[in-house]
Design a protein around this ligand. Structure first.
Ligand SMILES: Cc1cc2nc3c(=O)[nH]c(=O)nc-3n(C[C@H](O)[C@H](O)[C@H](O)COP(=O)(O)O)c2cc1C
Length: 186
């Protein structure tokens, strides 16, 4: 079964986007679509970026674990909140840490915001960064507005049927890229 890791980037007090990470992990597991694991940047608590992992003499705790998780994953979903039109520094910290681990990695984005505009502008910076690193950034995206009211703290959506339909479409698109890549490796 494919292994999908879900990056939950927000380290903000009272964060909302983690709800969406919980939801995606549950949806993938409930429907037996893949193995799913959340990589929570709040738990990793990485220091501010000083250099890429491969050049660090003494990596901070969790850095090697994070790199191995990205490296071994068949696909990645990034739950990306929008902060002033960009993506959170915590995510930039983690993206820049790695190099070859991202190469040809199928990556899907879920843009989220607690406003009405659903993080519609953050797709450009986050997708561009991953593209620069050689990831297979998939064109399909999902934009979710008002996440503090459309998901509860456990990640249950207010309208589960409608959300499942939209989220499943994104996951299946990611699985298509995972399958396509695996055929290239046969
Ligand atoms: C520093 C900062 C900047 C923000 N900028 C935007 C923005 O540009 N567009 C937007 O739709 N929401 C913006 N928001 C609102 C966030 O979408 C909302 O706080 C969301 O819950 C952020 O995810 P988090 O709670 O997981 O940190 C901003 C929030 C913060 C804290």
């Amino acid at each position: 079964m494919p292994q999908i890791v879900i990056i939950s980037p927000s380290i903000r007090k009272g964060r909302n986007s983690h709800r969406v990470a919980l939801y995606f992990a549950d949806l993938i597991k409930e429907n037996n679509l893949a193995e799913a694991e959340i990589l929570d940047l709040l738990k990793y608590n990485f220091p501010l970026f000083t250099e890429r992992l491969k050049y660090l003499d003494s990596p901070a705790p969790g850095m090697i674990h994070f790199a191995e998780k990205i490296n071994s994953a068949d696909g990645v979903i990034i739950i990306c909140p929008e902060y002033n039109g960009g993506y959170p520094a915590s995510l930039k910290n983690a993206v820049d840490l790695l190099t070859s681990e991202w190469r040809r990695k199928p990556v899907a984005f879920v843009n989220v915001s607690d406003g009405h505009f659903a993080g519609s502008q953050v797709i450009i910076p986050i997708q561009f960064s991953l593209w620069k690193l050689g990831a297979l950034t998939i064109p399909a995206t999902l934009r979710l507005p008002d996440i503090s009211t459309t998901f509860d703290e456990d990640g249950t959506p207010a309208d589960k049927a409608a959300m499942n339909k939209r989220a499943s479409a994104l996951i299946h698109e990611l699985l298509w890229y995972i399958e396509a890549k695996s055929r290239m490796s046969e």
